[in-house]
Ligand binder design. Sequence first.
Ligand SMILES: [Zn+2]
Length: 89
Amino acid sequence: MISHHLFYPTMNPLNGALCVLMKQSIIDYHKDEKNDWVAELQCGHFQHVRDNPPFICRPWVTTEKGRSSMLGHLLNCKKCDSGEPKDIE
Ligand SMILES: [Zn+2]
């Protein structure tokens, strides 16, 4: 499997600091034990993609069509940023 990392410089609007965030594309999904959707990222990390309005609004995650339309979409992987071990190989 090809594994490459994509870096996107992002300006912090509060202090103007330049941050480089690790972005990884979604390759698959599964549900966890609480029935929440979890995205499987290209880097081997899992990340929750909850729809929990009004704080987290991801209406796309509740439908099969929405989820498949987001395959390949880039998510900021906090686990990569903090160097956590992979959830899957
Ligand atoms: Zn990652």
